[in-house]
Design a protein around this ligand. Structure first.
Ligand code: BTN
Length: 243
């Protein structure tokens, strides 16, 4: 399939190992901000924390967007939140569904993930890797308890219908971060996510398990967790799961 977006460089491939690798190369070659690299399938799709991303041919939207935001590297956690909001908003607009956000940026329908986001620096560019499960009818047994698709949630939309709103939404959300600042993004994320305030969760930080109740975001976009002994811990990374 060939996807075009007016006024934007789009490089689309029938098959790639990962769109992240090609987008990083284009970023090094000075491609314009907003360049989209997409693939109908990925043979080595990358997820966060060294996980792989299930990339069934033509079932999902697998894209990496090169963003030249002129923000400091310390803003990456906030960019992650902005990308989560953008993806959630695009899915909501196109499908009428109401996805939740699990910090830092898993997009959920019910308790299952329908989209995942990876953000990596390449020089001064951010490579935003976004995977949306659009038309999957099922998932392999090992991820079936955790994953869903727009189709499985009752929305019959095509990848084509999602791509345009997604890139527009990414632009809009990154503009909010740049122009209105971290506080606006953190507030919007807190409103959109059932995980940010008062949710009992378990967090796996590099094998150390913390449990407690969420207490909002700090000004840099990190999740605050109040453990049962009263300590408030800043969560820098790690898998957040409901208890
Ligand atoms: C996560 O673990 O939740 C992040 C998943 C990110 C998947 C997308 S699919 C397009 C881009 N290319 C990749 O190899 N990964 C990202």
């Amino acid at each position: 399939m060939k996807f075009d977006l007016p006024g934007r460089r789009v490089e689309w491939f029938p098959s790639l190992d990962s769109t992240m690798r090609v987008a990083a190369r284009l970023a090094r070659e000075s491609c314009p901000s907003g360049t989209v690299v997409g693939a109908d399938e990925q043979t080595a799709g990358m997820g966060r924390a060294g996980h792989s991303w299930h990339s069934e041919p033509e079932a999902g939207l697998y894209v990496s967007i090169v963003l030249r935001l002129a923000l400091s590297p310390e803003s990456l956690p906030l960019v992650m939140l902005a990308l989560g909001l953008a993806t959630r908003d695009a899915i909501a607009d196109v499908t009428g569904l109401a996805p939740d956000l699990r910090w830092p940026n898993d997009v959920l329908l019910g308790e299952k993930k329908c989209a995942g986001i990876l953000a990596q620096m390449e020089g001064d560019a951010v490579i935003a890797g976004i995977g949306i499960n659009v038309g999957h009818a099922s998932f392999p047994p090992e991820i079936a308890p955790l994953a869903t698709s727009l189709r499985m949630a009752g929305a019959s939309v095509s990848r084509d219908e999602v791509l345009g709103p997604l890139v527009d939404s990414v632009d809009a959300s990154c503009s909010v971060l740049k122009e209105r600042g971290p506080e606006t993004i953190c507030k919007a994320f807190g409103l959109a996510s059932s995980y940010v305030h008062g949710r009992r969760v378990r967090v796996d930080q590099d094998g150390i398990i913390l449990e407690g109740v969420t207490r909002g975001l700090d000004p840099f976009g990190f999740l605050l967790l109040r453990q049962d002994n009263g300590t408030v811990t800043k969560i820098l990374a790690g898998g957040v799961r409901p208890v």
